[in-house]
Structure formats: structure tokens, C-alpha cells
Design a protein around this ligand. Structure first.
Ligand SMILES: NC(=O)c1ccc[n+]([C@@H]2O[C@H](COP(=O)([O-])OP(=O)(O)OC[C@H]3O[C@@H](n4cnc5c(N)ncnc54)[C@H](O)[C@@H]3O)[C@@H](O)[C@H]2O)c1
Length: 331
């Protein structure tokens, strides 16, 4: 019998892409999404997705009672790291309480494995990159705190009740089905939307902060592999090749030219963020056969092609819970 796999956040970047992979591989896939950050149009053809807010424990419990998934890939989150200090309650609700609810139901209904996408944000500023999985997490913002809290809760759920789990710490993933209409996250997606609207590509500070972007296509096989193996393990997943944000903006601008757009660059005040943040991926390469062969120009061109087929959606604004020291560009 085919295994039944629940993907939360199935209308988002990772969920919509990975669900297509699992469907091709013959799994029965079912999704949960509340469409707060993903879109129905992203869903794979024929895939069943229930509109449930994971913060609602009763609704989550009913879903598990009726659907009985074998495996859970928990991707749903609001991954706006820089914004998280200004929306603490929203951050902890979406990124911690939702995860706790899902862990409770996974225990109640005997899920075989729980796979959680944490983040490089758990390493924080005090660790020196390249980050390795054995470093003591020291998150520097509420988003990183929520991710680390879920990691610790999974460990406890394993120790006390035997829940099998694996943690993936991805970083800077790009690809089609990424949300382009959220001004707080997904820098390349934001730039693509801005370029298409003839707006300047905005850079926080001098653009000398570095990041390593990877195409979502290289994540599917390692994700599938941890369904059965490596319980209790943590894996960094992402690209080795770093570039400065300024270099990346130039790359996006060059791709924009291919589509007839000619955006300027605009420098804004710096943000509270890690300047150099990159991971070591040796463990995933060795154990999960992870190979990142991202060609960022190719990925960005593909994202432009896809973006031009998308509706002209309004840009998301959020209700701030605190405006103290909120950056001028978000006011
Ligand atoms: N994309 C990256 O570069 C990256 C890096 C590190 C970690 N991650 C983690 O990987 C996971 C997937 O990221 P992504 O880029 O696909 O994000 P995404 O925003 O594209 O998708 C997340 C999905 O979760 C849904 N969602 C959010 N809150 C929900 C709730 N309360 N109930 C139900 N659904 C809800 C959204 O509607 C969205 O469709 C997240 O947990 C994120 O923190 C992503």
C-alpha cells in the first residue's frame, strides 16, 4: 500500500514543489494550508489540500482522525525572519504553536516520522560560519527562537513518547511558486516583482552581506531520503557558493534585462541581520547524497518566466504588534 504523506504549507515554495516530486514517486499526498502565504494556484494538479489554520488544535486533531497520515512534512510557517521582532505573537503562533499542535496530533495518531524544516536562523550571530550541525544554537531573533524551540520539543517528544523525527535546516531557497508579493521576505522574489513593476531593487545597507542561494529542485531527494532514515538527526541543506547581496542584485538585474526590464538599485538603511551566514553541508552530502548544482542565473530566469504568468497580486502588508525601532522602509 502507498504511504500517505501529509505536507503542511503545501501551497508554498517547498510544499508545492516537493508534493509534485512525491506524487511522481507514487505516494499518496494530502496537504494542509491556510493560504496566508501560499496560493491555491501553486497546488499540484489533483492534490487534496484542506484549508486549516494549524493554530487550531481541534481542526488539526479532526484532520488526523479522518486522514491518518503515515508521514508528516511540516513546512508551514511564516518565515519572515527580519520582521519577527515586530510580530512576536504572530511569529510564535505560526512557527511554534502550530508546530506544537502538529506534534501533539502526530503522537496521538501514531505518525511514523515527522520531518521538520527548521532554519539556519537557529545558529544566530555568535556562532562563526560555516555553521555545522553540532554547534550550540544561539538564535538572534524570535523566528530563530521559534525554530529552535520546535527542534527541542521534537527531541522531547522522541525521548518521552518515541516520536521519530528529522530536522532539516535549509537556507535561501529559490524557485517557482515562491511568494513574490510579500515585502518582508524572499529577497530574490521581491526583486523580480519590483523589476516587473519597474521599481528599483532595494538593498539593506551596503549590500556586502553574503548569502548562498539554492534552487528548490535539489531538495527533493534528500527530503525523501529522511522519510525512512536518520531519526533524531539534523541536516544543513543549501548551496556552498556564497555571493554578496549586491552581486545577487546585479545578477537579478541582468536577468531582468532578458525580459525587457531595466531596474535601478536602491540602498536602504541596514537591518538587524547576520552579515555572513553560511553553512557546512558535508553531512547532507555524505549521508543524503545531497548535491547542489544551482545555476542561479538559470533559476532566476525561470522565475521571471513564471512570474510573468502570475496574476498581479497586491503586496502583503502586516499589522505590526510593535513599531519601536521599526525600519523606515517598513513604516
Ligand atoms: N525558503 C527558504 O529559504 C527557507 C529557509 C529556511 C527555512 N525554511 C523553512 O521551510 C519551510 C517552507 O518554507 P517556504 O519557503 O516553502 O515557505 P512559504 O511561505 O512559501 O510556504 C509556507 C506555507 O505555509 C502556509 N502557512 C503559514 N502559516 C500557516 C498556518 N498557520 N496554518 C496553515 N498553513 C500555514 C502558508 O500559506 C504557505 O503556503 C518553512 O518552515 C520555512 O521556515 C525556508
Amino acid at each position: 500500500m502507498k504511504s500517505k504523506v501529509l505536507i503542511t504549507g503545501i501551497a508554498g515554495l517547498l510544499g508545492s514543489n516537493f508534493s509534485r516530486h512525491l506524487l511522481k514517486r507514487g505516494y499518496e499526498v494530502i496537504g494542509i494550508d491556510d493560504f496566508s502565504g501560499g496560493y491555491r494556484e501553486n497546488l499540484a494538479e489533483g492534490v487534496q489540500c484542506l484549508n486549516i489554520n494549524l493554530a487550531d488544535l481541534e481542526a488539526v486533531d479532526q484532520f488526523f482522525r479522518e486522514q491518518r497520515p503515515d508521514y508528516v512534512y511540516h513546512f508551514a510557517a511564516y518565515a519572515a525572519e527580519g520582521l519577527s521582532p515586530f510580530i512576536r505573537k504572530y511569529n510564535y503562533t505560526n512557527n511554534l504553536i502550530c508546530s506544537a499542535n502538529l506534534i501533539t496530533s502526530s503522537l496521538n495518531y501514531d505518525v511514523k516520522k515527522f520531518i521538520f524544516t527548521s532554519s539556519m536562523a537557529t545558529y544566530g550571530r555568535e556562532n562563526i560560519p560555516p555553521f555545522t550541525e553540532d554547534m550550540q544554537p544561539k538564535p538572534l531573533d524570535p523566528y530563530g527562537v521559534a525554530k529552535y524551540a520546535v527542534e527541542m520539543d521534537l527531541k522531547l517528544a522522541h525521548e518521552q513518547f518515541g516520536l521519530s523525527y528529522t530536522i532539516i535546516r535549509p537556507h535561501n531557497i529559490v524557485g517557482i511558486y515562491q511568494n513574490l508579493w510579500d515585502r518582508y521576505r524572499n529577497v530574490i522574489g521581491i526583486w523580480i516583482r519590483k523589476a516587473i513593476h519597474n521599481e528599483p531593487l532595494t538593498i539593506f545597507g551596503d549590500g556586502q552581506q553574503t548569502r548562498a542561494f539554492s534552487d528548490v529542485d535539489f531538495y527533493y531527494e534528500p527530503f525523501e531520503k529522511v522519510m525512512y532514515d536518520y531519526s533524531g538527526e539534523i541536516f544543513n541543506l543549501g548551496a556552498d557558493k556564497e555571493r554578496t547581496i549586491l552581486e545577487t542584485a546585479h545578477l537579478v538585474r541582468d536577468c531582468a534585462h532578458n525580459f525587457g526590464f531595466n531596474p535601478d538599485l536602491q540602498f536602504l538603511e541596514p537591518r538587524h541581520e547576520a552579515k555572513f551566514a553560511f553553512c557546512n553541508h558535508d553531512k547532507a552530502k555524505k549521508l543524503l547524497n545531497f548535491k547542489d548544482a544551482t545555476n542561479l542565473e538559470h533559476t532566476v530566469n525561470r522565475m521571471f518566466e513564471w512570474a510573468l504568468t502570475q496574476p498581479d497580486r497586491p503586496v502583503k502588508s502586516i499589522d505590526y504588534e510593535m513599531t519601536r525601532q521599526l525600519y523606515s522602509f517598513w513604516r
